[in-house]
Design a protein around this ligand. Sequence first.
Ligand SMILES: Cc1ncc(COP(=O)(O)O)c(C=O)c1O
Length: 459
Amino acid sequence: MFKTIIEPFRIKVIEQIKMTTPEQRKEMLRDAGYNIFSLRSDDVIIDLLTDSGTGAMSANQWGGVMRGDESYAGSPSYFHFRDSVKDIMGFEHIIPTHQGRAAERILFSVMCKEGDVVPNNSHFDTTRANVEFTGAIAVDLPSTELADMDSDFPFKGDMDVARLRETFAEYGAERIPLVMMTVTNNSGGGQPVSMANMREVAGVCREFDTPLYLDACRITENAYLIKLREPSYADKTVREIVREMCALAQGCTMSAKKDAIVNMGGFLATNDEALAKEQKILLILTEGFPTYGGLSGRDLEALAIGMQEAVDEDYLHYRISSTHYVGQHLRDAGVPLLWPTGGHAIYLDAKRFATHLTPQELPGVAVANAMYELGGVRACEIGTLMFGSRDPETGAESAGPRELVRLAIPRRTYTQSHMDYVIEVVTQVWEERASLPGYRIVEQAPFLRHFSAKLTPQS
Ligand SMILES: Cc1ncc(COP(=O)(O)O)c(C=O)c1O
């Protein structure tokens, strides 16, 4: 009825933001080697580097932290956690881990071997690394619609089912120990997967007797987007939609730092008892006893409560609407971005933003650094700095597949006026786009260079 999106919560505790000037930020950026990962976070006004572990916990979750029971074995906090996850997802065996990548490592170590192939709509980088660490091949099968950044197609996170069939035909089912579906599809622009696509993928997996696992970090945001965009789900509850998605899979990995709104935590879930036994053996080796995994009792309590809060539809309405609000305003100002907006982030198209820069001049870095310098807003380049590489012999730089800047929105952390400020900052950078300097890498690590590279602006 009213157009203002109000946050469905009141603020009880605040964290002071240190305000800085553009002149100060210019110096801090220079001292950080022009790499936003090297900034101190208290020198950032609005931090949109990630939505992972940066959400604000509720009073209820903080109450749970005080109730957490730290017994080594059989803690009531474990049972609370297990029952809450089962209640939302319905999986049989729930194994706590310290975060998502630990669940991935255990899952793939138990299921994959050298030469195997794991198809996914799009692997997140830690998921890919954990698949490849076992000697298996990680294959991305994003939908063809994802390539068009401007179309209104509502489910650009879908898997390309025809290519999934081709992958089974090419490698044979015996080399494919599982198929993964990432919901929402983070590496694919935070775009949702439709239930229709989930069903089709599950059907192919059943045909080849291959288990389907979810990378479920943002499953409640995905479920809400299904409710909004898939007409036959308009009258279903998010709880029902999450259950239906999970019922199509045999298990999941979860980084609870996203939709479960905790600062640390994750889990692995499966319906396969024999597999769960093997997974627990590995869990004990590196994470901990199966009733705490890599977590303390207080983390398990916060996670148990966060899972329930994550399916609250007033919360999800606010969450998805505020992401859309930022995207819509930027789009109206002419800023090129991935459309429609997904759940957790806005992805700016730096290629069309800074058309005067080649990929080797790092247009994504140019946009992200200008956002920081102008307004103290930190966002993340997902382009040539992150995914390109330098030929060790010739020194030639290869470009990344895309030049994006991700504005990831932490959950329940910022208000609408913070988002209005972000819109103003990005719009201002857009207006000044012709004068953005390109960047050159002066120092880089052989792997994951974006975290530590030192850069210099081109004069
Ligand atoms: C889709 C997806 N999978 C897995 C992970 C890894 O989770 P974690 O950072 O908790 O290890 C992330 C984290 O950003 C993610 O976005």
